[in-house]
Design a protein around this ligand. Structure first.
Ligand SMILES: [Cu+2]
Length: 114
């Protein structure tokens, strides 16, 4: 009897632990403007800050799908890193002066995305 209670409590502790772990990983979508493959690398590199497990930018959708640890970072921080790299996001425009630093072929504000 005691043994089964102990087994059960260990089991419940583990279940609780696993659920807590799961909640710390979030998958979010963030609108990010860009033009080409160079933009893709720039955006994904910029988004890969500490705590980010995966960052995947979709040119057609103009969206970044990001998987990250909510314990280590937030979507706001990830967005800030992308804005600092010269790209507008759904959370705000590129940081002042950074848009002018990206390659001419990447100036998404001046062209249509094909
Ligand atoms: Cu580009």
């Amino acid at each position: 009897m005691i043994k089964s209670i102990i087994t059960l409590s260990i089991f419940l502790t583990m279940v609780g632990f696993c659920q807590a772990q799961e909640k710390k990983i979030a998958t979010d979508t963030l609108a990010v403007a860009g033009v080409c493959g160079m933009c893709e690398s720039r955006i994904e590199n910029a988004a890969s800050i500490a705590g980010v497990k995966k960052a995947e930018w979709d040119k057609q959708k103009q969206e970044l799908i990001v998987i990250y640890s909510t314990k280590k970072t937030s979507l706001d921080e990830i967005s800030k890193a992308i804005q600092d790299a010269g790209h507008d996001t759904g959370k705000g425009p590129a940081t002042a002066g950074t848009y002018e630093q990206i390659d001419k072929c990447c100036r998404y504000r001046e062209m249509e995305v094909h």
